[in-house]
Write a protein that binds this ligand. Structure first.
Ligand SMILES: C[S@@+](CC[C@H](N)C(=O)[O-])C[C@H]1O[C@@H](n2cnc3c(N)ncnc32)[C@H](O)[C@@H]1O
Length: 205
């Protein structure tokens, strides 16, 4: 996905612009405030979550397949109070040992990771037994009419949006990967309904 010319040159900038959205800040604040210990952030992008980690996070390992996004995140990490390191790689094959992570964070990545269930299984593998998965994702709406539009728009949306699917059933994907969901809040953020149905919560391995 990251090897075409467009993907390398344009997509990281589009992602950076899209994820700068102020509407996402309250979600980031809530999700990141619960991160503790050794944290793995999946699809760290340009690092918009970094200012929101508290002192309960002892270190953050950022994983992303895009070298350009990692460069942007590295710059953002300059002002971070938590030590941050980066790995270029894919969530479907996380280069970490089993049971080595306290918190896995994923914010708006499951829509575009090609093998979302495989990636979630990997997140479960690297978590300690008492660890936690913190997530906020957009996905499949419960409203039939909105779902219809999500299904119609996804083929074109995927092509312009770096593989982003509008219609992934986020809660089911997390459960299929073997997590047990502790807490989940769902609802629309401000914006067009097909793009803004959010799933926010915590799951245990
Ligand atoms: C919509 S952006 C979200 C970025 C960031 N999490 C945020 O909240 O601003 C999706 C991110 O998922 C990353 N991504 C895409 N495929 C991935 C994969 N297979 N493994 C890990 N991350 C991936 C992209 O590079 C991008 O950084």
């Amino acid at each position: 996905m990251w090897h075409g010319r467009r993907q390398e040159r344009i997509l990281p900038h589009l992602i950076n612009l899209a994820m700068r959205n102020r509407e996402l800040v309250p979600y980031r604040e809530r999700v990141l405030s619960a991160a503790e210990g050794r944290v793995l952030e999946i699809g760290i992008g340009s690092g918009f979550n970094l200012p929101f980690y508290s002192s309960h996070a002892s270190e953050v390992l950022g994983l992303d397949p895009s070298p350009r996004l990692i460069d942007m995140a590295r710059r953002a990490a300059g002002g971070s109070s938590v030590p941050v390191t980066f790995t270029e790689g894919s969530a479907e094959a996380i280069p970490l040992d089993d049971g080595s992570i306290d918190t896995v964070v994923t914010t708006w990545t499951l829509c575009s990771i090609p093998g979302a269930v495989q990636a979630l299984e990997e997140m479960r593998r690297v978590l300690k037994p008492a660890g936690q998965l913190l997530f906020v994702e957009h996905g499949l709406s419960p409203e039939t009419n909105v779902r219809k539009w999500q299904d119609r728009l996804t083929p074109i949306w995927k092509r312009i949006g770096g593989g982003c699917h509008l219609n992934r059933p986020i809660k089911s994907l997390i459960e299929i990967a073997g997590f047990s969901i502790d807490r989940i809040d769902t609802g629309y953020a401000r914006g067009l309904k097909p793009m803004t149905f959010m799933f926010e919560g915590r799951a245990r391995p």
